[in-house]
Write a protein that binds this ligand. Structure first.
Ligand code: ADP
Ligand code: MG
Length: 329
């Protein structure tokens, strides 16, 4: 099983940021209202995620890191949990197989928590798995991933500089924090607090903490509804445009996605408003019934397949064009 886990890890766990994505998603799935992400040396030395979610029962702790273990329902309408079958319930197992791993958790109906350690070497009984030990901790879950790829030296060697790896980690954090303003979220790097975001009902408040009021003052609210598809969010004034598409965020039913076609529609809406080679910034949210989209495209690429992509294209384009006309841009 250890070899299988390492192979599975190779497909999805490329770098510290991939671990961060999986752990933060688990915290959200566990209904956390606050999550703290601490990393050391860009996540290459340590990644620690602490949440106040519902926790894991002591008896279920070993199960949580067994491959193909998932406590999550497999309902077709359970949108993003129905991901590629190959990686369902495998994130923790994969991560544990390529790191020094510690899982601590406590549910509300226990006085103490329990912890489980895995050292990624495959000794101890089974897969390097010790027995759960009682430990004092608050309700919720803490996952610690140290020395990522310590036992897969080739992959370790392909990690980039600390600042590059931290950039990817911070980007994962940003995507989650923008998608969920109601989640209090903290990011620390090498002991320094990079973000300490209070829970808020307002996306614009959260955007202001990331980008400052000089940016948020020049954001244009947009909104439209076509059939069952709701589109809302903010797009930047043309003068906020950037030299890359890095300021473009698109979320589908609460999860970050990337979509070529919608990116193109965004560019089209700004045609003539921004110079060639410049890209508008945007924070856009799409909400639609799960059956209108196939999310089982690839576990890591954030890509989805829409049932009616061209209708979405037109909706985005016309929503923005109408808005720009009304503003006389
Ligand atoms: P999946 O998320 O696809 O179920 P994972 O390997 O990411 O698979 O997690 C395995 C299981 O461990 C989850 O189904 C869940 O029961 C439990 N788990 C993982 N992280 C947390 C967390 N932060 N809080 C509560 N339970 C968790
Ligand atoms: Mg998961």
């Amino acid at each position: 099983a250890d070899v299988v886990n390492k192979i599975a890890a190779g497909e999805v766990i490329e770098r510290p940021a991939s671990v961060v994505k999986e752990l933060l998603e688990n915290s959200l799935d566990a209904l956390a209202t606050r999550v703290e992400l601490e990393v050391a040396r860009g996540g290459t030395d340590l990644i620690r995620v602490t949440d106040d979610g519902e926790g894991i029962e002591p008896d279920d702790l070993p199960l949580a890191i067994a491959s193909h273990a998932t406590s999550k329902l497999q309902e077709a309408d359970d949108l993003f949990r129905v991901r590629t079958m190959g990686f369902r319930g495998e994130a923790l197992a994969s991560i544990a197989s390529v790191s020094r791993f510690r899982l601590r958790s406590r549910t509300a109906d226990h006085e103490v928590g329990s912890e489980l350690k895995v050292d990624g070497h495959g000794h101890g009984h089974g897969d390097g798995l010790g027995d759960p030990q009682p430990v004092g901790c608050p309700v919720g879950t803490q996952v610690e991933v140290a020395n990522l790829f310590h036992n897969t030296p080739v992959r370790r060697k392909f990690l980039k500089t600390v600042s590059t790896e931290f950039g990817h980690v911070a980007e994962q954090f940003t995507r989650l924090a923008l998608a969920h303003p109601r989640l209090a979220a903290v990011l620390k790097h090498d002991g320094r607090t990079v973000f300490d975001l209070p829970a808020t009902d307002s996306l614009i408040d959260r955007l202001e903490l990331f980008y400052g009021s000089a940016t948020t003052e020049r954001l244009i609210p947009v909104e439209s509804e076509v059939g069952e598809v709701k589109l809302w969010g903010f797009v930047g004034h043309p003068e906020l445009s950037k030299g890359s598409r890095k300021g473009q965020y698109l979320f589908l039913n609460g999860r970050y996605i990337q979509d070529r076609s919608l990116q193109h529609a965004l560019g089209e809406a700004y045609r003539g408003l921004v110079m060639v080679g410049r890209h508008p910034i945007a924070y856009l949210f799409l909400e639609m019934p799960p059956e209108m989209v196939d999310v089982n495209v690839h576990p890591t690429k954030n890509e989805v397949r829409f049932e009616d992509s061209s209708s979405l294209y037109r909706q985005l384009l016309s929503t923005l064009r109408t808005r720009f006309l009304s503003l006389d841009l």
